[in-house]
Design a protein around this ligand. Structure first.
Ligand code: ADP
Ligand code: MG
Length: 441
């Protein structure tokens, strides 16, 4: 086994929620990063991936557990570890060359040496000829190259990339990724290990020797997959496709209960983190699933490809369809249920009725909102009422997000609605009455 570079042992981290109570973001995370490996980290947003990277880089301190870098406890930023972020954190008033040199300046490297090293990296990363350009004169892809050059110029032992390609268009991201893999394979960079956080399953499989899937609440490693395929890998090969399938299966399993008959399913708990799924997108997917070549059944990677949806869009929508019993998710496949088929075949009003029924039957939060409003004399309640309830089991941001999803779904089914001006959640009739009462404008 190769030597361990970064060693996390039972690492835990909590942050204070809005109301001051601690919220565990990472719990007992064990992770070893070894020499000559690329590891990819996948997981839902908010699962603590960025926090984990910051802890590894020594930018954030763990509350419990040990963080060792080359066998030594890490106190403060680790010199040998460079990070690349999603956003292009470049100084707008500095040229490409100056932006790259800045990391060396902080380390007291002489001017001549700085110039030499920056030129070498600029050339390596494909930015020759742009040394004198300002960031605003560059495309997004070129700017991210500058960000990567700045991380590489210090000859880091470890490179941590936090969704480094996700702000770029697909082709640009792939090209940059392939360039980095080539530098790595040919050992043109002295970096000994790379950790990438990604929300693109295929990207993770194209790059990594090991893929880790992070579970949320609190974040911990839920699944690990080794990948022995030689690089460069072919995205179209059966090997890669099978691995993509496998990861989809793991990422969708456990999010909803599968393989049970409808009667056995329990409603989705009140504090379930409802997925951020747009209704239009859900309907679009249902309709697409009915058509050729799917005819009610698709494997998720294929569906992603056919629809051009990213994993970040597709996975929440697929989960939502499963929560509402419009589809089953089994082993990375999505199958329309009879109800899902009925929904697709129905007219608008019938669809709305089906949606409303499923919402009240399956989603406890929606049912709770509806019953609370019914018990209120005016048929309306402040959104804070529900946010406070949700805040007991999640942080404020997440509570707002979950309530927003529940409200959108309720509006779609015309079960209840929301007034953006007053912040009131109300029954559909309540607003009509209020509108009747209001003086004509
Ligand atoms: P990911 O990168 O997987 O999306 P993050 O590590 O960014 O997740 O965040 C995990 C959780 O920790 C989120 O709920 C986020 O709001 C919270 N969090 C992250 N950093 C802080 C901070 N400095 N203070 C309070 N909460 C934080
Ligand atoms: Mg993040």
């Amino acid at each position: 086994m190769n030597q361990i570079i970064v060693d996390l042992k039972a690492v835990g981290k909590s942050f204070a929620a809005a109301d001051g109570t601690p919220r565990t973001v990472l719990d007992k995370v064990d992770f070893k990063l070894r020499e000559r490996e690329i590891v990819a980290l996948l997981g839902q947003s908010g699962s603590g991936k960025s926090t984990l990277l910051r802890i590894m880089a020594g930018l954030v301190e763990a509350d419990v557990g040990d963080v060792l870098y080359r066998g030594q406890p890490l106190y403060g930023p680790a010199r040998g570890i460079s990070m690349v972020f999603q956003s292009f954190a470049l100084f707008p008033w500095l040229t490409v060359q100056q932006n790259v040199e800045i990391g060396l300046e902080a380390r007291g490297v002489s001017k001549d040496e700085r110039e030499k090293r920056a030129e070498k990296v600029i050339d390596m990363i494909g930015l020759s000829g742009f040394e004198g350009a300002l960031p605003r004169e560059l495309s997004g892809g070129m700017r991210q190259r500058v960000g990567i050059a700045r991380a590489l110029v210090v000859d880091p032992d470890v490179l941590l990339m936090d969704e480094a390609f996700s702000a770029l268009d697909v082709l640009t991201g792939e090209r940059l990724r392939d360039d980095i893999l080539e530098l790595w394979e040919e050992e043109q960079i002295s970096t000994k290990a790379i950790l990438v956080v990604s929300h693109n399953i295929q990207e993770a499989i194209m790059m990594a020797d090991r893929v880790l899937i992070f579970a949320s609440d609190p974040g911990r490693v839920r699944y690990e997959m080794k990948i022995d395929l030689p690089r460069p890998r072919d995205a179209e090969s059966a090997d890669v496709r099978n691995l993509v399938d496998e990861i989809y299966a793991v990422m969708t399993a456990g999010r909803v209960r599968v393989g049970k008959t409808t009667e056995e399913l329990e409603p989705i708990r009140l504090d379930h983190r409802l997925p951020d799924a747009d209704i239009g997108l859900m309907e679009g997917i249902l309709e697409r699933l009915m058509e050729e070549p799917f005819l009610g059944h698709a494997d998720l990677p294929q569906l992603a490809e056919e629809t051009g949806l990213t994993d970040e869009e597709l996975l929440p929508a697929a989960e939502a369809l499963a929560l509402l019993e419009f589809a089953d998710l089994v082993g990375g496949d999505v199958n329309l249920t009879d109800l899902g088929k009925k929904y697709v075949a129905a007219e608008h009003e019938k669809r709305q009725a089906i949606f409303a029924k499923q919402l009240l039957k399956r989603i406890s939060l929606a049912a709770h909102i509806y019953h609370s409003l019914q018990q209120d004399p005016d048929g309306e309640l402040k959104e804070e009422h529900f946010l406070n309830l949700l805040s007991e089991s999640m942080n404020k941001e997440e509570a707002e997000r979950v309530l927003k999803v529940a409200i959108e779904w309720g509006r779609h089914g015309e079960v209840y609605s929301y007034n953006y001006n007053t912040g009131m959640v109300h029954l559909p009739e309540a607003e009509e009455e209020a509108a009747d009462d209001s003086p004509a404008a």
